[in-house]
Design a protein around this ligand. Sequence first.
Ligand code: NA7
Length: 552
Amino acid sequence: MASISQEFSGDVLVIGAGMAGLRIIYELRKQGFSAHGIEAGSDVGGTWYWNSYPGARTDTEAWGYAFFFDEALASEWSWSERYPSQPQMREYLEYVATRFDLRKSFQFNQFVSSARFDDTDNKWVVETDKGNRFSATYLVTACGVLSSPVMPDIVGLQRFKGQAIHSARWPKEKVNFAGKRVAIIGSGATGVQLLPVVSQVAEHVSMFQRTPNYVIPARNNPLVEYDRENLRGRFATMQEQIRNHVFASTFDPNPRSFLDLDEEERDKVLEAKWEWGGFQFVFETFNDFFSNPECNAALAGFIRKKIRTIVNDPKTAEILCPDYPLFSKRPPLGHGYYEAFNRANVSLVDISKNGIEEITADGIRVAGVEHPFDIIIFATGFDAGTGALTDIDIIGTGGVSLRDKWADGPVSYLGICVDQFPNMFMIAGPQGPLSVIPPAIEAECVWIGQVLDKARSQGSDRIEVRPAAAREWKAAVDNSAVGTLLENASSVRSWYMGANVEGKAHVMQFYVGGFKDFADRLEGAVASGFSDLEFSVAHKDRQLDTVKQSAG
Ligand code: NA7
C-alpha cells in the first residue's frame, strides 16, 4: 500500500456520493459545517452509477423518486418516463451535483477500507484503498441500502471461459449480446428487468430461477409536457402524500379494507389496479394485504391467474407461479417479463430443487445437464442494509468493531445512530424504514443536520445514543413485523430479513411500522430535544462533561 497521506480534516466525513451522499453534503453546507465526501466510483450516482445493466430503471414513479429540498430543482428538471431509466437517474444526480456545486466536496475513485473512532482526539479517522487518510469530528455513512453485491459461491465459477458479469458491476464497455447465448441467474427485480431487454438481442436467454417472484406490471409510459406541468403544480401535495404514506409513496392513504367488498367487487378493484400498473396494485387495492392472510392470498391468487393467462406454455407458467405470501419478498415491477417467456429464444430453467450443480468452462450444469453459454449474468442481489457497512472495517469507541457488534443482527437507534459508535450517523442504514428510499434519505439528512446543529449550538462535540434507546428501537423493529406477512420473509430468503446471504443473521433488517410512523418518530426526537442522545464535550484528557439536556 502507498504511504498514508492526510487529505482532509474538518467537521464531517461522508462515505458515498449517491443520493444520500449528495443530499447530506447539501444539508451540511447549508448548516455551515465543513464536509468532505469519499466515493468508490468515478462520479456521483451511487446505485444509479453502478447498476448500469440493460433495462435498469426505478420501480417508483419518477416524481416520487426525486429530491424535494428545492422546488426550483423539481420544476426545472424534466422526467421523460413514468419510471426513469438508469441513464436518466444518473443524469439527474449529475445535474443535482452540478446545480449545487456538490462535486467539489468529493474525492472519487477510492473505496473506504476502514473508519476508526479515535477516543483521544474525538475524531473519526478514515482510510481508503488508495492510501489516503481523512479525519473529522463526525462520520456520516451514505453507502446505500443495496450496494454490496452478492456473488454466489458456486463450484467452478472461476473456470468459465465466457464473460461473467454481476449486474451491479456492469462493465463500462458495451456488452454485445448479438448472437450470444446468455444465462441470467436470479429472478429478483434485476433479473426481471434484464430478461425482456436482453432477449431482444441475444440468440438465446436462459433464466435460472430458484424462487419465483410476484411480478407486477409497471405500465411504463412516456411523460409529455402536460404531465410535467401537472407535477409542478403538485409539489407540495406530493410532499404531503409521501410524508403520510406507509411506504413513502405519492399515494393517498387507502381506507378500503378487503372485508368491505364482496368477491366480484374485489376482483374489479384488483383488475383496475393491475391495468394501472405499479405498486398501486398493492397499496391502492386493500389496506390489509399486509396483515390479513385471506386478503394477501387473494392478491397472490390474482397474480397467479394472470401468469397462467399471459404465459403460453402451461408448464413454464406453473414454474413462474409463487406460492408464498405476496410482499414477503420485495415484488419486482415488470416490463413485459412474463410475456418474454413466449419468445422462442427464451427458456426458464427451474433450479428450485437442487440449485446449480456447477459452472463449467463452457456453461452451467444443472441436474446433470450442461447448458452452454457465452455470457453469464449474476443478478444475484445484495447484502442489503448492513453489507455496505460491514464491508468497511468500522471501529467504535474502545476498539469495538461494527461487524462484531452486529454479528447477531443490527442494533441501532432509528437506523441512524449506533451506541459505542459516537459521532457516527447512518443514512438509509439498517433498521431504517422499509419504504421508497429517497424520502427516507431526505428525512434522515434533515434530522442529522438538526442533531449536529444542536451539538454546535451548545458547544458539544460528542454525540452518542443511549444504549437503552437503541435496544428499544431494535424491539420496535422486531415487533413491527409481528403479525404481518413478513414473518415468512426468512423462509423465502428475503433480503428484508438478511436471509439471502449465507451465514447472515436472519433478523428483520428494516422498520416496517410505516414511513409515516418513522417520520413521526424523527419529529418526536427533535421535539424532545433529542433526549435519547447524549451530548457532551470531549476534552483532550478524555474527561467527558455531559452537557445538561434542555428539554423541548
Ligand atoms: P434479489 O431481489 O435479492 O434477487 C436475487 C436473485 O438471485 C433471486 O432470484 C435469488 O434467488 C437469486 N440467487 C441468489 N443466489 C443464487 C444462487 N446461488 N443460485 C441461484 N439463484 C440465486 O436482488 P435484485 O438485484 O434482483 O434486487 C434487489 C433489490 O433491488 C430489489 O428488491 C429492489 O428493491 C431493487 P432466491 O430468491 O434467493 O431463491
